[in-house]
Design a protein around this ligand. Structure first.
Ligand code: RIB
Ligand code: CA
Length: 310
């Protein structure tokens, strides 16, 4: 299956890249400002593809910041100044393709029917692609996003970082009619890596496995300093696995909307859990929400992908 990964590497984005490269015909990677400024996440995407032996996959840089306002600087607390602190990755031997990430998304999806898109950063590029090409939303075979939450947030009490970083873009995506799969915090918190899980990845033995283990140890320790939790959710690989290994997940079809105005709730994804009644016998759904994941089998999938790398 053909895929494009839109991301903001980012430690968990890096693991999502390993998994996507293993399980999809990866047509390209597009980057968006998020965990770190655009130039940083773009350089990180080039470095990770080189690390995993996939330097032929094109990288196109997309939006530097949200549709409205400035890029928030919340990512550095757990991803570090570079956005991928914790391991020294060789400088990339190549640069980005000379096309904007949004242009790359539109052209590649429209020219390759059946392509899926996996988005693991703020949804700015995806929303712009939908605005630039009205057929984009329905041309993407499936759009799997890591973002949102059906309960509480991580960057605020109510909002998850990717949705919060660009709520207007998230609303465009959730109201687009695209075939949406949502992996929110309630799902990704079930896929938290602790020291034992990191040690297990390291034991895979490849150079990539060692570097990823170093990166995850940095990410885990930084998250522990911020939140007190000894295990850090492996957010972004869930959005990849939900497409390549759906049997590891449980899903619920629901209506999910995005708050763009609330002082306390801006960026919150609101899932309508109300049961249907005689007054409302049906409700339009817009999203397949991942509700459960088999952590053990997900980590087996990651370990297998790491073993397939140099
Ligand atoms: O809230 C988690 C999300 O924000 C992940 O995609 C992580 O990489 C950060 O971008
Ligand atoms: Ca991310």
């Amino acid at each position: 299956m053909k895929a494009i990964l839109d991301c903001d590497p980012g430690h968990d984005d890096a693991v999502a890249m390993v998994l996507a490269a293993r399980h999809f015909d990866l047509l390209g990677v597009t980057t968006v400002g998020g965990n770190a400024p655009l130039w940083r996440v773009t350089e990180n995407a080039l470095k990770v593809l080189e690390l995993i032996g996939r330097a032929e996959v094109p990288v196109a840089a997309g939006a530097a910041g949200p549709l409205m306002g400035e890029l928030p600087r919340a990512g550095a607390r757990v991803h570090g100044e570079t956005g991928l602190d914790g391991a020294e990755l060789p400088r990339p031997s190549r640069t980005v393709v000379p096309r904007h990430g949004v242009e790359f998304l539109v052209e590649t999806v429209m020219a390759n029917p059946g392509t899926v898109v996996i988005a693991t950063g703020p949804l700015t590029n995806i929303a712009l692609a939908m605005r630039v090409e009205p057929r984009f939303a329905r041309s993407v075979a499936r759009l799997s996003i890591m973002g949102g939450s059906t309960t509480w947030g991580n960057v605020t009490a109510a909002a998850e970082f990717n949705a919060w970083a660009d709520p207007e873009a998230a609303r465009i995506v959730f109201t687009s009619g695209a075939r949406l799969t949502m992996c929110g915090l309630d799902l990704t918190r079930q896929a938290a890596v602790d020291a034992d899980a990191i040690a297990r990845f390291r034991r895979v033995g490849t150079r990539t496995a060692g570097v990823v283990a170093d990166l995850l140890e940095y990410y885990r320790a930084a998250t522990e300093r911020v939140t007190g939790a000894a295990a850090v959710p492996l957010h972004d690989p869930c959005a990849v696995a939900a497409l390549c290994a759906p049997e590891l997940f449980e899903f619920a079809f629901a209506r999910v909307d995005v708050e763009t105005r609330g002082d306390l709730t801006r960026g919150m994804t609101v899932m309508d859990r109300r049961t249907l009644t005689a007054d409302e016998p049906t409700r339009e759904t817009n999203c397949r929400v991942a509700t459960r994941v088999d952590r053990e089998r997900l980590f087996e999938l990651v370990a297998e992908a790491l073993a397939a790398c140099p």
